[in-house]
Design a protein around this ligand. Sequence first.
Ligand SMILES: Nc1nc2c([nH]c(=O)n2[C@@H]2O[C@H](COP(=O)(O)OP(=O)(O)OP(=O)(O)O)[C@@H](O)[C@H]2O)c(=O)[nH]1
Ligand SMILES: [Mg+2]
Length: 130
Amino acid sequence: MVIKVAAGIILRSDQIFVALRSSKQHQGGCWEFPGGKCEPDEEPSLALARELQEECGIEVVKASPFRVIRHDYTDKSVELHFYEVTDFIGEPSGKEGQEVAWVSYAGLSDLTFPEANVPIVDALLQRHLG
Ligand SMILES: Nc1nc2c([nH]c(=O)n2[C@@H]2O[C@H](COP(=O)(O)OP(=O)(O)OP(=O)(O)O)[C@@H](O)[C@H]2O)c(=O)[nH]1
Ligand SMILES: [Mg+2]
């Protein structure tokens, strides 16, 4: 079974909002683009809006599809729908107590992301730093 997930690359003035996954979560200790699992029959764009409200306390105003990544971990398979979130209402924070940070594009390389995110981080770096 493939788990469908929506995740937001929240952008503001050349900085990206990231969150730390807790040690109890799948891929715990890795940084993530906030988001979560789609409910059955829920469109990824709606799951994105719901998850970013729940986890970061923001209302998504503009989100553009970025990439869809299918990845098989040893313990589960995911289909990640990444969106670039370029307009939102509210100040993103760690609503569920998670550590969060705004990082520069270059700063992304210093963080450990889940394996599935590697092509995403590469694409962001490629586009921004050339
Ligand atoms: N949110 C998020 N999940 C990711 C990313 N990359 C990645 O492989 N995942 C995987 O996607 C899956 C679902 O994400 P999640 O744990 O945030 O789901 P959720 O918010 O609904 O959590 P819950 O199970 O506590 O309700 C996890 O297996 C997670 O490891 C990412 O950048 N962001
Ligand atoms: Mg989540």
